[in-house]
Design a protein around this ligand. Structure first.
Ligand SMILES: C[S@@+](CC[C@H](N)C(=O)[O-])C[C@H]1O[C@@H](n2cnc3c(N)ncnc32)[C@H](O)[C@@H]1O
Length: 293
């Protein structure tokens, strides 16, 4: 077997443990609610079986780990894994408060290891796109899964079909030159959320990692980005590609924020529903595969 390739992931882990954790917590009611639309669909399509041992990759606040724990029932178990310890601390607290007993959480970088296996089923909602070395990471996942065990991961599809994020990014790009992450003083979080949007590339990554029966199913939803225009503008500045361009550009972009906010406001007005909520289509892949063993 080839030697493992270790990737220094400390900068991305620090980003997730600091600024990105804070933003996810503050905008959880928007972003995690949106992601739930995709995971509800994925777990209806490809649920684990009762009694399965499950791993949730990049589990964040642990809400999908809790969903999975309920599905596998008392004879099954779920381990939520995240590189950022603040997410894991929060996930542990919430599972205890909700009385979910067949779930545990661990701080671990999937690019280095997937501890606690073997698992029958590996799940990931919008976490695997941030792996700087996706083949190495997904190989760790495959090695932690029993032969024939299942993978189900949710990743964003192409930007064009996620118009709020895409058009927000276009607006920011008009004013702020995208920064080479190497030149930025800010912490970077690895490849962006759309790094697994290309079906052929993602299939090739999984194939190289030792998965087979790889299938991608498109799921389209309507995402609510804010209960008002102002909230949607704030959300665009908080998370996603537009927010990352702003953040990495630092002070020079902060000065331009009022101008950019005007354009984002116009976008949000255009997308505002009669009830005042700003909503737009969102599109993801539910990727399923089996460990080749
Ligand atoms: C966009 S958030 C999604 C969180 C959660 N799955 C959800 O859907 O709410 C991405 C998560 O992946 C985690 N993550 C990123 N890279 C990771 C890695 N190499 N190993 C483990 N977790 C990672 C981050 O810390 C973060 O919690």
């Amino acid at each position: 077997m080839a030697d493992k390739i270790y990737v220094d992931n400390s900068e991305a882990t620090e980003a997730w443990n600091t600024v990105l954790f804070d933003r996810f917590r503050d905008y959880r009611h928007i972003f995690v609610e949106a992601l739930k639309l995709f995971s509800d669909d994925a777990l209806a399509l490809e649920p684990p079986s009762a009694g399965d041992r499950v791993v949730d990759l990049g589990c964040g606040f642990g809400d999908t780990a809790q969903d999975l724990a309920r599905i596998v029932g008392p004879y099954g178990s779920v381990t939520g894994i995240d590189a950022a310890e603040r997410f894991i601390e929060q996930a542990i607290q919430e599972a205890a408060a909700d009385g979910v007993e067949n779930v545990d959480f661990r701080v671990a970088d999937v690019q280095a290891e997937v501890p606690g296996g073997p698992y029958d089923y590996a799940f990931g909602r919008m976490g695997t796109m941030f792996f700087a070395n996706p083949v190495a990471a997904m190989r760790n996942v495959r090695e932690a899964v029993t032969p024939g065990g299942r993978l189900c991961m949710i990743v964003w599809r192409r930007k064009l079909d996620n118009p709020f994020m895409f058009r927000s990014e276009e607006i920011v790009d008009k004013y702020v030159a995208p920064q080479d992450p190497e030149d930025s003083d800010e912490l970077t979080c690895g490849p962006g959320p759309f790094s697994m949007a290309n079906a052929d590339t993602t299939s090739a990554v999984l194939d190289a990692a030792g998965f087979e029966q790889i299938a991608l199913r498109r799921v389209d939803v309507e995402i609510e980005f804010g209960s008002s225009v102002e909230e949607a503008v704030d959300a665009a500045f908080a998370l996603g590609p537009a927010a990352e361009t702003m953040r990495l550009a630092g002070d020079s972009a902060a000065e331009l924020r009022p101008l950019i906010a005007d354009d984002l406001r116009a976008l949000a007005e255009e997308l505002k529903r009669p009830d005042g909520v700003v909503a737009a289509p969102g599109s993801a892949w539910v990727v399923t595969a089996r460990s080749a063993g």
